[in-house]
Write a protein that binds this ligand. Sequence first.
Ligand code: ATP
Ligand code: MG
Length: 192
Amino acid sequence: MRTIRAFIAINLPSSIRSLLHDTKDELSKQLPARTMRWVPIQNIHLTLKFLGDIQEDRLPSISRELDLVTKDHSPFNLDLGHLGCFPNPKKPRVVWIGIQGETKELMVIQQRIEGSLRRLGWEAESRKFHPHLTLGRVRDSRQLAVIKLPWGHQIHKEGFLVDSITLFESQLQSGGARYLTHYTSKLSSFAK
Ligand code: ATP
Ligand code: MG
């Protein structure tokens, strides 16, 4: 049986990708060359759950669980939030844009996905869910520690409609990850 690396995420519209592209350009001007390994713009997404390496035959049951969640929720709006990093600005490793807007709805959906996967045998995630869009990863965090990026600033104010949730396969390659869509589950227009 083939093993695949999988995760569940929200895909972004091209208007948002193009703003994230501008953000990346603005930030990279403030940094020495090669400080960051930027995520290719087409790969940026909002991760809800990282599944890791799974047997391919588990995909249909995961897709079914996603459908059980999305049938109860209608499309909702999210907005780009502020610039932040993990673990903290003194030692930034992952640079991201946060998420605002109807985050309560997002949290409920993420919790339901967690619950569904727990029933399928996944271990509960111990870390709190912190919705974000990863822009890049720091190659050398000693270098970035002395550079001030505008942490906490909202760089672009723009919203987007979330109308589906996607089960992705991630193929790790030397040139970066390649994502393949395995299943897209649409939020229901008929949900309350
Ligand atoms: P690369 O690893 O080559 O930098 P990537 O991080 O985009 O590429 P994956 O490592 O396959 O690709 O990760 C897919 C998604 O799951 C990304 O959003 C990543 O941040 C997230 N992710 C990866 N590992 C974990 C983990 N252990 N816990 C939580 N989320 C994770
Ligand atoms: Mg990774």
